[in-house]
Design a protein around this ligand. Structure first.
Ligand code: SF4
Length: 209
């Protein structure tokens, strides 16, 4: 797996990157997906939210976080007072990975560590252009891909960490899709909001400083 590096144009802004990602063949995931789904938000956004991969709806619409998990994220951001216009949303991998149930319904499959690594140059390009003060990782795939493979969401969620190479703080939490799958959604949601409240506090103190 060659990785995305050769497909990432150097020194360009988000519109050029968004166009170029459609030609990426850095791993095998481009073959079955409808299209690549690049990040969305302003270049001046102070917060970058990183999820796992585009889902079924995102794959069809070509936009990240437009499905039920995205709506839950939006609700939680409102609850903790993070302005959605200050947030750039993206994923660790840009193509939807799935299997087919009896040849029909597409079932989400977690991207492998190798696929996340292959896609990292796109994420690096987004981090270079947006230069967020704060990164919020949603779920283990995003946190392990960005920070380290040994990262454990259960143990390290809600902690304020550093991303020195991008001069940013990082807070990791669960992916909102885990809340949608949970039996006790309300408890899971409250935990998610508690982690995001830490992130909102970091943002406020950075803005005040
Ligand atoms: S998932 Fe990433 S590396 Fe793989 S083909 Fe898509 S954009 Fe390229």
């Amino acid at each position: 797996m060659a990785g995305a590096q050769e497909y990432v144009p150097a020194g360009t802004g988000l519109p050029e990157l968004r166009r170029a990602v459609q030609d990426c063949q850095g791993c095998g995931l481009y073959r079955n997906a409808t299209q690549a789904v690049f990040g969305e938000g302003r270049e001046s956004a102070r917060v970058m939210v990183i999820g796992e991969q585009p889902g079924e709806k995102e794959d069809r619409q070509g936009r990240p976080f437009v499905g039920p998990a995205g709506r839950m994220l939006d609700r939680a951001l409102v609850d903790v007072g993070i302005d959605r216009t200050e947030v750039y949303v993206t994923n660790a991998t840009k193509h939807f990975k799935f299997s087919r149930e009896r040849g029909k319904r597409r079932i989400h499959q977690k991207p492998s560590r190798t696929e996340v690594r292959a896609c990292r140059p796109w994420l690096e390009a987004e981090l270079r252009v947006v230069r967020p003060d704060l990164v919020i990782c949603l779920g283990a795939t995003a946190a392990q891909g960005l920070l380290r493979p040994s990262f454990r969401i259960t143990q390290e969620r809600g902690a304020v960490l550093e991303l020195p190479e991008h001069d940013a703080r990082v807070v990791a939490t669960i992916h909102p899709s885990a809340i949608l799958r949970a039996e006790d959604r309300e408890t899971m949601y409250q935990g998610f909001v508690a982690d995001l409240r830490v992130a909102a506090g970091v943002l406020r103190s950075l803005q005040a400083g």
